[in-house]
Design a protein around this ligand. Structure first.
Ligand SMILES: Nc1ncnc2c1ncn2[C@@H]1O[C@H](COP(=O)(O)OP(=O)(O)OP(=O)(O)O)[C@@H](O)[C@H]1O
Ligand SMILES: [Mg+2]
Length: 287
């Protein structure tokens, strides 16, 4: 199974939201990381065939997705960024309704819905109406509806937004179990999601794919480039204008700085192990 993105460009009224994107995706978890406005949602909407790219094409097993039509939609699960479901439906009824839309038969749907309510931890609240759900609960019902048809391709636009740490960990577990025979793409701004879950990281910046690497490879690229130093309060201005800072921790009048730099920023600076956050700042805050 493969999903190929071939030279995708997307324009909104003359503004380039995506430019020359090429990707070759096979089963596994892809983490799409980029700041606000980078083009993540636009790319995901193109992958699920909600919008057509201005230029380029998306191929599923070597066939153009829009030509595949419902055949493609049948193997797709999608969680939109702004998913809210139908306010007056209970969680259970909403999932039954979506199952019906997706063409599951009644008995299979009943079983699948109960199973997924368990999986996303909403079994206890299945009789509650969606309008009374918290942000994290809405996200989870959104994830459940995306999984109803056991999709081969699962596309999740910020699935962890609003989830508390234990739900975030639970979701990682669910996705890793699923990922053996599925292509899973999730967007996020939360670097720790990517660090723990993604087999491959896709970095999107101003509409361009600037890296597509394994997390370990990205971390490796920064080895010996991340530094730790204690400075005095009044030195902060100098350091922040001269270097890329990935963390500031004030302790009284002393400040602990984490710096990303190819060369040693100061004789007292010591090398530390790179983390995903260092990668984020080095790619996105370098100008
Ligand atoms: N319907 C639209 N019409 C015009 N411009 C749009 C439209 N949708 C998105 N854009 C613009 O395209 C760019 C990419 O938007 P997109 O929503 O894909 O980014 P994103 O990476 O998902 O951001 P976020 O992290 O905030 O969700 C932004 O500059 C946005 O303002
Ligand atoms: Mg978005």
């Amino acid at each position: 199974m493969n999903l190929t993105v071939h030279d995708i460009t997307h324009q909104y009224k003359g503004f380039y939201a995506l430019q020359g994107i090429n990707m070759e995706l096979t089963p596994g978890i892809y983490g799409l990381l980029g700041p606000n406005g980078a083009g993540k949602t636009t790319l995901l909407r193109i992958l699920v065939d909600i919008i057509s790219p201005t230029k380029g094409e998306v191929l599923y097993n070597n066939r153009e997705i829009s030509a595949l039509g419902s055949q493609y939609r049948d193997i797709l699960g999608y969680l939109p960024q702004n998913f809210s479901g139908y306010r007056n439906f209970t969680a259970e009824n909403f999932l039954m309704y979506v199952a019906d839309l997706k063409g599951l038969d009644k008995q299979a749907a009943r079983e699948r819905v109960q199973e997924l309510l368990e999986v996303v931890g909403l079994h206890e609240t299945k009789k509650k109406k969606l309008k009374n759900f918290s942000g994290g609960m809405s996200r989870r019902i959104g994830i459940a509806q995306a999984l109803l048809n056991d999709p081969d391709i699962l596309i999740l636009d910020e699935p962890t937004a609003g989830l508390d740490p234990s739900e975030r960990i639970r979701l990682r577990g669910i996705l890793s179990q699923l990922s053996k025979n599925k292509i899973i793409i999730l967007s996020t701004h939360i670097v720790s999601d990517i660090e723990y879950i993604a087999d491959e990281v896709l970095l999107l910046k101003e509409g361009k794919l600037i890296a597509s690497e394994k997390p370990s490879e990205l971390l490796h690229q920064l080895s010996n480039h991340v530094w730790h130093i204690q400075i005095d309060e009044n030195e902060l201005e100098h350091f922040s204008s001269a270097f890329t800072i990935s963390n500031i921790h004030q302790q009284g009048t002393r400040i602990e700085l984490r710096i990303v730099s190819k060369t040693q920023p100061h004789p007292n600076a010591k090398n530390v192990e790179p983390r995903m956050e260092d990668i984020y700042v080095s790619y996105f805050e370098n100008e």
